[in-house]
Design a protein around this ligand. Structure first.
Ligand code: 2AM
Length: 487
């Protein structure tokens, strides 16, 4: 058999897989490729891979035999059972020290399970988030690898060379942490993406429905916002969407699109994890539920004929001031969303015994991925100043920014409430802010209620923490506290 020449192998030639292969080849790596339906391999070799250092393989054996040692094989197949199936096919052909990399949108517990199982077989596993869509995969994605740390040094030069780069050339790819940490961070990235998109949609709703801005005016507003603190990929594409007209009808395309959203599950996973860990992730949760509500299209159409809103749904005020206020509401809410997302990652790291460096994560998200923005550069700076920052809001830069934005933010939420425009993400973000900055919440009453009906006990403000009390509120119940009950 000839000497193996490939630096890395890739299995799964759907668009993301193909684009990653071309990106790797473009950076000087020889890539061996395999796909279950082998005609895909031939089509790829005859078309986009033609004349490149790409070795087409019709079997797993051939792929493995083409690879230099330690073998590095990236799996880009459908998340779930397909990944396990491919791993099972590969394992008998591998040697100790070989490295498998799952680059799909895998749920992080699966990555933890696979990392442990392969370690027992002497194999090294990486589960990596890859963000940036098809174009990112080709030109420079954000890459978030986690798993077996021993696997990282051999993979690092390949991943860091194909990743997006920030202005000073730093790659948007670094080691995230052990086990499922990489896929966890990618999941939170997707949750934050849900939040960012929902906030933009709420801003659009206000400007369009309340102020009557058409697509052309919206295009201008988003163009302006893109040169301020909201400067980001999502604001930029939103601007371009408003500028796009349907070639058939000549109407703004956005006006012709049905208002029901789909979702693949990563937003939901993020919210479920936040509930498991007891970390408020209110804005992303609202973003997930806003999609669910949008999907009830027929029900909403029926309800719209029955349920009345406020008598006055018009806007009376300074339009330019309100547009600026909406920008500030979007900005401040976005700060809340990222504050919650990073707090969630802190909690998960603590729970799992992982170390997740928030500054590195911000840098990985700074370029290449869907949520890339100038704002993430500021977040990186905040974590550089205080690596163990409890909450982004406490960083001096961000707390000044919130101060600057909050009057506009409050005006927008109150106008939206009084005029009947739903702004679930902006308003829940504000409630989180007001809750987080409260030294006393009404939870004293909640504790009294819990103690009243369930003898769940409470602590007192005039006694030391950790001392628990129970009151016989009615004079009828016993004095026994339900100390074993902990909900
Ligand atoms: P296919 O072309 O043979 O369908 C995205 O669906 C990618 O995942 C495709 O490359 C697809 O291969 C691959 N894929 C899906 N399920 C698979 C499985 N069980 N085994 C191997 N590859 C799979």
């Amino acid at each position: 058999m000839s000497t193996p020449t490939a630096d890395i192998g890739l299995i799964g030639l759907a668009v993301m897989g193909e684009n990653l292969v071309l990106n790797m080849e473009d950076h000087g790596f020889t890539v061996a490729v395999y796909n279950r339906t082998t005609s895909r391999v031939d089509e790829f070799l005859a078309d986009r891979a033609k004349g490149k250092k790409i070795i087409g393989c019709h079997s797993i054996e051939k792929l493995v035999a083409s690879l230099k040692s330690p073998r590095k094989i990236m799996i880009m197949v459908k998340a779930g059972a397909a990944v396990d199936a491919v791993i099972d096919q590969l394992v008998p052909h591998l040697e100790k020290g070989d490295i498998l990399i799952d680059g799909g949108n895998t749920h992080y517990p699966d990555t933890t399970r696979r990392t442990r199982a392969l370690k027992e077989k002497g194999l090294q596993f990486i589960g990596t988030g890859v963000s940036g869509g098809e174009e990112g995969a080709l030109k420079g994605p954000s890459i978030m690898p986690g798993g077996d740390p021993e696997a990282w040094p051999p993979v690092k030069p390949i991943f860091q060379s194909i990743a997006a780069k920030v202005d000073d050339g730093t790659p948007c790819c670094d080691w995230v942490g052990p086990e499922g940490a990489g896929h966890y961070v990618k999941m939170v990235h997707n949750g934050i993406e849900y939040g960012d998109m929902q906030l933009i949609c709420e801003a659009y709703h206000l400007l369009h429905s309340l102020l009557g801005f058409n697509a052309e005016a919206l295009h201008e507003v988003f163009d302006r916002w893109n040169s301020g603190p909201l400067d980001s990929y999502l604001i930029e594409i939103t601007r371009d969407i408003f500028g796009y007209r349907d070639p058939e009808t000549g109407k703004p395309m956005v006006d012709l699109i049905l208002d029901t959203a789909g979702q693949k599950g990563t937003g939901k996973w993020t919210v479920v994890s936040s509930a498991d860990l007891g970390v408020p992730l209110t804005l992303i949760a609202e973003a997930v539920y806003a999609r669910c509500l949008s999907a009830l299209k027929d029900e909403r159409v029926r309800a719209s004929k029955i349920l009345k809103g406020p008598a006055d749904e018009s806007f009376s005020g300074n339009i330019q001031q309100f547009v600026d206020d909406v920008e500030m509401a979007l900005y401040a809410s976005k700060i809340m969303s990222y504050a919650q997302g990073f707090a969630l990652m802190n909690a998960m790291a603590k729970e799992s015994g992982w170390t997740i460096d928030n500054g590195k994560v911000a840098l990985m998200w700074r370029g290449g991925c869907i949520i890339r923005s100038a704002f993430l550069g500021k977040i990186k700076e905040a974590f550089d100043r205080t690596p163990d920052l409890d909450n982004l809001m406490l960083d001096p830069y961000f707390h000044h920014e919130i101060e600057r934005a909050q009057n506009g933010w409050r005006r927008v939420v109150s106008v939206a409430v009084s005029r009947g425009i739903p702004v679930p993400a902006m308003s829940s973000a504000l409630a989180y802010y007001d809750g987080y900055r409260s030294d006393r919440l009404p939870t004293n009453l909640l504790q009294a209620q819990r103690d009243y009906f369930g003898a769940h006990t409470y602590e007192r403000i005039d006694r030391s923490r950790g001392e628990f009390f129970h009151t016989n509120w009615t004079g009828r119940g016993g004095t026994t506290a339900s100390t074993t009950y902990n909900a």
